[in-house]
Structure formats: structure tokens, C-alpha cells
Ligand binder design. Structure first.
Ligand code: SF4
Ligand code: ZN
Length: 358
């Protein structure tokens, strides 16, 4: 309960300081190359502003590393406004080859209190009629994954591939509860995956596990081990894909507070590479490593000389799903410092990196 009280306080404070913006100003979209279920294609990413993540706005205060609620107008967004924003975002992108559409609502797409059913149906109906859109990806907490909702979504989408990404974050229930304050268990995740699997193959629905690399109060070594273990677990319980999110410091979070005190650093990019190597050699489903904020002060970091080169290699390996030989051959002076951190971070029980200050 203590972490929830603390998170609640931090969240209230962050919300109070938030600059209030209209839903139209908070919307965003961009596109790029991505790995679809059928191979490399195009992806359109759309941020739809909704009333905000119900978990973050509850008495729990939400997750220790997440400030997505700051991307929400914190008032109900009418269904027709949401649909209008969606259409305006879609109109900015040419859709000429096979495409996946990924919608982020800074919470749960399947929660009708965040995305009203009528808006959900209309958005999915528009995507059903887009010839080159092959798949649609949304995010949701497991408690909103029900047979009824999945069937409704699949039907609205004309049974195109519908993937539900859930923020499992880790296979470790202790970490998820006490370090992340996620508010659900492995069992909840497994139940949601089971519901999705039960509907296959009649419905074209899939589960994706989002896994978080290096929660607070976790050493560099433990972060690597837990990430690898979590990927194996997610595959074993039926996820079709895995997406790793290495930690980035969001504003107004407990993670930011600890970072400012020098008690936390996001992972090394070397650690991320180690995770890719170990996971790709032991897990068969596609594994994507998110590289957002790599090489920035608040994101995963090695040194100025190698950050961007390694980031490009990781992006390429996401598309090819291989363990590039360049990972083995690549050398940089900073690697020795990473080796020391991994070796001694558990011994000292330090939550920071021993020799890394940016
Ligand atoms: S990580 Fe997801 S569930 Fe947690 S506060 Fe952020 S949006 Fe809500
Ligand atoms: Zn370096």
C-alpha cells in the first residue's frame, strides 16, 4: 500500500502542474518501416487522446515509470471528437503498401470508459475498409480483455489481424507489484491470453507482451536476467509477439524522483544488446526492441561515440529478427565500464550504475 500512497501523491502533484491542452493538440501521428506479421511493411502510429489511463487516475496512482496520463486532456473526449481526430491523423499518411496501424490511447483501448464503444467501432470500421491495412495493434490492461469485446472488435474490423498489447512488464509478480505498481498479476495476464487464444483461429486475434527493461530498484545485472526470463515466460504462456521497452525517465514519476537523487539510471545500451542476443537465441516468436530515446539524457545510454551506431543496428535487427554479427564485432571504450557495472551492481546492491554519470 505504501507505494500506492506515494504514487498517488506524485501523480496528484504531476497532474496539478500539467498544462491543460485540448484533445486536438495532444493527438499525434507518424509513420515508418516496421515488422508486420507478414513481414516488413509500413506502420502508422497514432496517439489518440482519451480521458486518461483509469489505473493512473485511480487511488493507486498508476505505474512508477509512466507519465502517459500527461498526454491526456483528463476530461471525457466525446466519441465523435475521437473519430474526427483519428480521421485527421490517418489523412496525413499515404497508404500504398501493406500497413499496420498502431493506436496508442495512453491507457486501455478496450476500456469503454476511455474509448467509447461507438468510437471504437467506427475507427475499426474505417480500418476495415482501408485496403492495404493488414493489421491493427492496440494496447490494453488485461482486465478489459473479454470474449465479448474481442469479438466486437474483430467483427468491426472485418476479421483483419487484431493484436492486443498488454503491459506485462515482467514475469516477476514481486517486481510488478512493488517496483512498478502495475496492479495485476501473472495470472491476470495468463487469463487474458487464454481468452485471446480461445478465440483463435475463428477470430484473427493475437496477444503481445510489453516487457519493461530495468524497473526502479533493480541492478543492471538483475535487469538483464529478468528481461530474458520474462520473454521466455511470455512465449510459454501464448503471446504471439514481444515488445521490449527499455526504461526512459518520464516527467512526474517516481522513477524521475529517484533518478534526480542519483538512485536510478536507465539501462546501458550494451545491456539491451545482451538481452536481444540471449532472447533471440532462446525465443521463437518475434521480439521487438523499442529504441525511443536511446542516446538521450533520459534514455538508455552508452557513450556519445557509440549510442547512435548501436541504435541503428538494433532498428535493423528488429526488422530482420536476427542477431547481427555486428553486435559481436562492435567495440567501444565504454564497454569495459558496462562490464564492471554488470559484475558489481548486485554485489553492492546499488540501484545506480557505479561509474556512469551523464
Ligand atoms: S503503464 Fe499503462 S497501466 Fe501503467 S499507468 Fe501507464 S498507461 Fe496506465
Ligand atoms: Zn561507447
Amino acid at each position: 500500500m505504501e507505494i500506492q500512497n506515494l504514487m498517488h501523491e506524485i501523480r496528484e502533484d504531476a497532474i496539478e502542474k500539467m498544462e491543460k491542452k485540448s484533445p486536438y493538440d495532444l493527438a499525434a501521428s507518424w509513420s515508418g518501416e516496421d515488422l508486420l506479421y507478414s513481414g516488413v511493411g509500413n506502420a502508422i502510429f497514432i496517439v489518440l487522446p482519451t480521458s486518461g489511463c483509469a489505473w493512473a487516475l485511480s487511488g493507486s496512482g498508476g505505474c512508477t515509470m509512466c507519465s502517459y496520463v500527461a498526454d491526456s486532456p483528463l476530461v471525457d473526449v466525446e466519441a465523435d471528437v475521437l473519430v474526427d481526430i483519428f480521421k485527421k491523423c490517418m489523412a496525413k499518411h499515404e497508404i500504398e503498401k501493406k500497413t499496420t496501424v498502431k493506436m496508442f490511447v495512453s491507457g486501455s483501448f478496450l476500456n469503454e470508459a476511455e474509448v467509447p464503444k461507438v468510437a471504437r467501432d467506427e475507427i475499426l470500421g474505417i480500418l476495415k475498409d482501408e485496403k492495404h491495412v493488414e493489421e491493427v495493434v492496440v494496447e490494453s490492461r488485461p482486465e478489459y480483455v473479454t470474449e465479448e469485446v474481442l469479438k466486437e472488435c474483430s467483427e468491426a474490423l472485418g476479421n483483419k489481424l487484431f493484436e492486443v498489447g498488454m503491459g506485462l512488464e515482467t514475469s516477476n509478480d514481486y517486481t510488478r507489484k512493488y517496483k512498478i505498481n502495475k496492479g495485476f498479476t501473472r495470472e491476470d495476464f495468463e487469463q487474458a491470453v487464454q481468452i485471446i487464444k480461445k478465440l483463435q483461429p475463428e477470430y484473427n486475434v493475437h496477444a503481445k507482451a510489453y516487457l519493461f527493461v530495468k524497473p526502479i530498484l533493480t541492478s543492471e545485472n538483475a535487469a538483464i536476467e529478468e528481461a530474458v526470463e520474462s520473454a521466455r515466460y511470455a512465449e510459454s504462456v501464448g503471446a504471439s509477439r514481444i515488445s521490449f521497452c527499455p526504461a526512459t525517465i518520464h516527467k512526474g514519476t517516481l522513477m524521475e524522483l529517484l533518478w534526480k537523487q542519483g538512485s536510478y539510471q536507465p539501462p546501458w545500451i550494451w545491456s539491451v544488446i545482451e538481452i536481444i542476443k540471449r532472447v533471440r537465441s532462446s525465443v521463437k516468436i518475434p521480439v521487438i526492441m523499442d529504441t525511443a530515446a536511446f542516446g538521450t539524457r533520459r534514455g538508455p545510454y552508452n557513450c556519445k561515440k557509440c549510442n547512435s551506431k548501436l541504435k541503428s543496428m538494433i532498428i535493423k535487427s528488429n526488422l530482420e529478427q536476427n542477431i547481427p554479427k555486428e553486435f559481436e564485432d562492435f567495440e567501444c571504450d565504454c564497454k569495459e565500464r558496462w562490464v564492471v557495472d554488470v559484475k558489481f551492481s548486485d554485489v553492492t546492491r546499488s540501484t545506480t550504475n557505479l561509474n556512469r554519470r551523464r
